[in-house]
Design a protein around this ligand. Sequence first.
Ligand code: AMP
Ligand code: MG
Length: 414
Amino acid sequence: MTPLLNVDSALENILASVKTLPAETVSLAEAHNRVIADDVVSPIDLPAFDNSAMDGYAIHHGDSAEAGQAQPATLRVNMDIRAGDAPSGLLERGCAARIMTGAPIPPGCTAVIPVEDTDDEWRKGEDSPPPEVRLRRSLDWGENIRRAGENIEAGETIVRAGTVATPAVIGMLAGIGCAKVGVIRQPKVVILSSGDELVEAHQALQPGKIRDTNSYTLAALVRRSGGIPIRLPIAKDSLDSIRKLYRRALDINPDMIISTAGVSVGAADLVRVVMDELGDIDFWRINMRPGKPLAYGTLRGVPFFGLPGNPVSTMVTYEVLVQPALAKIAGRKARARTIRAIVADDLRSDGRRSYNRVRLTRETDRVVAHSTGIQSSGALMSMVLADGLAIIPEGRAQVAAGEELSVLLLRDLG
Ligand code: AMP
Ligand code: MG
């Protein structure tokens, strides 16, 4: 028997063998959740010009209190500036300009008094401003003025390569006039299942049959990782059927192929025959639980994972080994996925690195991990209930309640 391969070495091998896909250009409207391909530098200041943060009156702040007394002033209104206008005239001392939110500040103005702090009733629909406005308070220099470049200055980076475009990022890109953006092409991932026992989710169950769950969990996981999943129909346990399935997978010209089942000792070894015919695949025994047997390599140059068939093993090996590979292919920056948590229950292992399905609760100063119950690698409910995978390090046979472990997060904690 070959020695067990350490999880970290397995992941290192995998990551070293996959490459990030090239970029493509998409319109901003299509960019949500896509991975930004290059750093984006703003060519302009935002805001591009000093503008008013309020509907009100643009004044010189020195005119807001009459000389020598705290009595606010009455000023002559000699300008009217709307959003979209480009005022050029100087605001004279002792005068005020009616101004709308977002409208450019005229030269000479040092503060804006909100309309509610004046005697103007700002009647809707009234076109021209009143001849005079009385201020109800004095103003400091700069009040209610949004300065050019206060949000971002020309030459500053607004988003880094590898960032996922959020709605706010898309808004900023629009703001700097970037109507098209370079994003990493989304990986196409073909998902294969085979087994005489499998039927599709919509089919009736006959004695001895089970429904194919893996291709559905995998398709959803791939989508969550930013890939485009393509599920192919289930192959039978026959050389001919498996060969056809794998050829069809390669015809799609995918960026990754994931198959489940057929990699454990005693599994119908037909899958291995076909893998050997079409590519260069290693059969690993990984020091992890669940998920010891795993095939990895390339089929006609396409990265290939043969994951173990038990539904929990499929999902756990995806999270631990496939997700980071797909993230690299998709150009996503790696981010921390583990937290520390106190285990609420005694946990057992067999000396392999073990991934225990846990539900997480937040207490004042710590996170507590509760086992989701039966941990059989076939019991998918243990994943349904899980927020994370509590990792028992290799070499440990048991962990007592109250100990702290790393937990690989399966979802964002609210
Ligand atoms: P195998 O590797 O073919 O021995 O499969 C291991 C276990 O995983 C068996 O119990 C299979 O029935 C189960 N299994 C294999 N493929 C799937 C699938 N696509 N969906 C659900 N269970 C599966
Ligand atoms: Mg099988």
